[in-house]
Design a protein around this ligand. Structure first.
Ligand SMILES: [Zn+2]
Length: 269
């Protein structure tokens, strides 16, 4: 492996395991980062609801039979726009936090709630004002708020929700292929690579290549896909067959399930 590009090491997960890695466990540092992003997200979401409350106070005072002045209507729409921006930025922090500290699919309700909490907040931050606007016969404001609720909800949903199981499966695939947990990616790429001189990342456009674990690629760039050229190259080089790879992956999967079975709630810190 040789590249003349700048290789930036993202983290220090250099411990190659023997393939019997238990469930994915985020590092203390990743948990700390996730906690910070969650707090940012929650603060922005609270401010979004505050913006909604201000908009509702304006509507409360309004007589349903008397139309709002143009100035007040513009002010209301501006406040709703602030509400929308706070919601979407808050949700992006929340989604980033989940990539640092993903939920487990084993607890389906928690998995869904943790990943799609932004949608719940979108409804909270807009539905009351939508209803109030229609009660007060401010139909234009109500329609815009409804549009923002749908758009904000769509932007807040996580369509590629990270799970501990997915991290563990992808990590064990990389470990089965390379014997370590090192992958490479670039700022603009959508796949992680096993070779830092892969022709897809070692191009003239690339100035910097990032190196880290599978989880790092997800944390930093939300990359979930392994480069197929790298995969077939390493399999050819090491003489790994599809069958052997599948066996290694299912062995890791079994080890994962075993570790889950023996896990008791009291063993969690
Ligand atoms: Zn590649």
């Amino acid at each position: 492996m040789a590249t003349n590009k700048k290789v930036t090491r993202v983290s220090g997960d250099s411990s190659a395991t023997d393939g019997s890695r238990p469930a994915f466990v985020p590092t203390a540092e990743a948990k700390g980062q996730a906690g910070k992003f969650r707090i940012y997200g929650i603060i922005l979401w609270i401010l979004a609801v505050v913006a909604e409350v201000i908009a509702m106070l304006i509507l409360f005072k309004k007589d349903p039979e008397i139309a709002l002045s143009t100035g007040n209507r513009v002010l209301l729409i501006a406040i709703l726009l602030v509400d929308l921006v706070l919601l979407i930025v808050g949700s992006s922090f929340w989604k980033k936090a989940n990539r640092f500290d993903p939920a487990s699919k084993q607890n389906a309700p928690k998995f869904f709630f943790q990943n799609q909490l932004g949608v719940v907040v979108a409804v909270t931050a807009f539905l009351p004002v939508v209803i109030l606007a229609f009660i007060k016969k401010e139909y234009l404001v109500g329609a815009i708020a409804a549009l923002f609720m749908v758009g904000g909800g769509a932007a807040s949903a996580d369509y590629n929700a990270p799970s501990q199981e997915e991290y563990a499966a992808q990590t064990s695939e990389v470990e089965a292929l390379t014997g370590g947990n090192f992958v490479y990616w670039t700022k603009s790429g959508s796949k992680f690579h096993l070779y830092n001189d892969c022709r897809y990342i070692n191009t003239s456009k690339t100035t910097e290549i990032f190196e880290g674990s599978v989880a790092d690629a997800r944390k930093e760039k939300n990359i979930t896909e392994l480069c197929s050229a790298c995969k077939s190259k390493v399999m050819k080089e090491k003489g790994i067959t599809d069958e052997q790879l599948q066996q290694a992956e299912s062995a890791a999967q079994n080890a994962l399930e075993k570790s889950k079975e023996t896990e008791t709630p009291s063993s969690k810190e």
